[in-house]
Design a protein around this ligand. Structure first.
Ligand code: NAD
Ligand code: MG
Length: 390
């Protein structure tokens, strides 16, 4: 039996992971499940999967969790430190699917035990890529990508020499506002931004798809995960979301990964790697699909892409500042304090200020330095958002 832990079990990726594991209960020994606030969901899944421990990140919910697990023999824990402690419990495979910067410390704790980490939490690599990869190497841990584009790249690279890679191309649906007139974007609401044409995902990543901040994060994630230089990483609009990424090699060959837009493919690939096993995902009927469209992203509609390029060029702690500013800008948009295009303005201001003041270039990236940049960038993002609304 493989011992597995799911961090962020109550979310979209966490639930898809549970769906796969619950189909073959004899194969898995579930160590820990963690959630943010949804006690009922967490307790129900912990009972169903017979987890050793369930952890709710919100400390005030400990009594509720204890009550929900009463009589089950499952240990109940609460708080951020307990989430990190759960990640450090010995397991053979750990899914990192907490959303946001909160996923970094648990991911590091999981890596330090030298396990296999299935990494959905892209913020981990955007904020602290060099630190994360170094910690994985030191502990002999393996990181497998779960973001669909990165899983696709990983699969296209199988058996290939990294030196033969000419270019990596990530596809993007273009999000909810792909076909909106540009001048309407300033009136876009959070509800309108939270509908995705093809993928069913958490609210935050869906809004990030509409702004393409998600793709911007993924460009940086590609650089950190595969060590590919930024000039060789591109994004292309592909409205059908059936091609997930492509790798172009030195001889001009272009390897594409196609599949139904279902995260259980990338999750299942990471779960069964290095084997390929049957997965409950739709098979593509190419004749029914008929056509695949591609278009260059319009920089005026998607300023997040240029901000990602700038962030990669600055390097150092720029990724941590980019992510923190983006997370706060998203909070302000969701709270209707800034308009949709204001998110990119907030991030641009934070990066410009912090970079011109030389704060992003310090050499060593540590947990403490990343946390410092994160806090600073959040405060500056709040100021920038307030300035926008004045
Ligand atoms: P989600 O919002 O549906 O779920 C997030 C999970 O994290 C939940 O369990 C939530 O309770 C927990 N959580 C939230 N804040 C927390 C905190 N402060 N401390 C501890 N736990 C906390 O998000 P999701 O869509 O499942 O995405 C998870 C991660 O995977 C994100 O980094 C996202 O970018 C990435 N990802 C998601 C998809 C997708 O299809 N949903 C695809 C690719 C990558
Ligand atoms: Mg993705």
């Amino acid at each position: 039996m493989r011992r597995v832990t799911i961090l962020g079990a109550t979310g979209s990726i966490g639930q898809s992971t549970i769906d796969l594991i619950a189909r073959e209960p004899a194969l898995y020994d579930v160590v820990a499940l963690t959630g943010g606030r949804n006690v009922a969901r967490l307790a129900e899944d912990a009972r169903r999967l017979r987890a050793d421990v369930a952890v709710i990140a919100e400390p005030d919910l400990l009594d509720d969790l204890r009550a929900a697990l009463d009589g089950s023999g499952i240990e109940a824990q609460a708080g951020t430190a307990a989430v990190i402690e759960a990640a450090a419990r010995p397991a053979d495979w750990i899914m990192s699917a907490i959303v946001g910067f909160a996923g970094l410390a648990p991911s590091l704790a999981a890596l330090d035990q030298g396990t296999t980490l299935a990494l959905a939490n892209k913020e981990t690599l955007v904020c602290a890529g060099p630190l994360v990869m170094a910690r994985a190497r030191r502990a002999g841990a393996r990181v497998l990508p779960v973001d669909s584009e990165h899983s696709a790249i990983f699969q296209a690279l199988r058996g290939e020499e990294a030196s033969a890679v000419e270019k990596v191309i990530l596809t993007a649906s273009g999000g909810a506002f792909r076909d909106w007139p540009l001048e309407r974007l300033k009136d876009a609401t959070p509800e309108e931004a939270a509908t995705h044409p093809n993928w069913d995902m958490g609210q935050r990543i869906t809004v990030d798809s509409a702004s393409m901040f998600n793709k911007a994060m993924e460009l940086i994630e590609t650089r950190e995960f595969f060590g590919i230089e930024p000039a060789r990483i591109e994004a292309v609009i592909h409205p059908q979301s059936l091609v997930h990424a492509l790798v172009q090699f030195a001889d001009g060959a272009l390897m594409a990964h196609l599949g139904a837009p279902d995260m259980r493919h990338a999750i299942g690939h990471a779960l069964h790697w290095p084997e390929r096993r049957d997965l409950p995902v739709d098979r593509l009927d190419l004749a029914a699909v008929g056509r695949l469209d591609f278009a260059a992203p319009d920089p005026a509609r998607y300023p997040a892409l240029a901000l990602a390029a700038e962030t990669m060029q600055i390097g150092g702690h720029a990724g941590a500042a980019f992510n923190a500013a983006k997370e706060r800008a998203l909070d302000h948009f969701l709270a209707r304090r800034i308009p949709f295009p204001g998110m990119a303005e907030v991030v641009a201001r934070v990066i410009d200020r912090m970079s011109s003041q030389g704060g992003l270039h310090s050499a060593a990236i540590t947990v403490e330095s990343v946390a410092g940049i994160d806090a600073d960038a959040r405060a500056r993002a709040d100021e920038a958002a307030a300035a926008l609304t004045r």
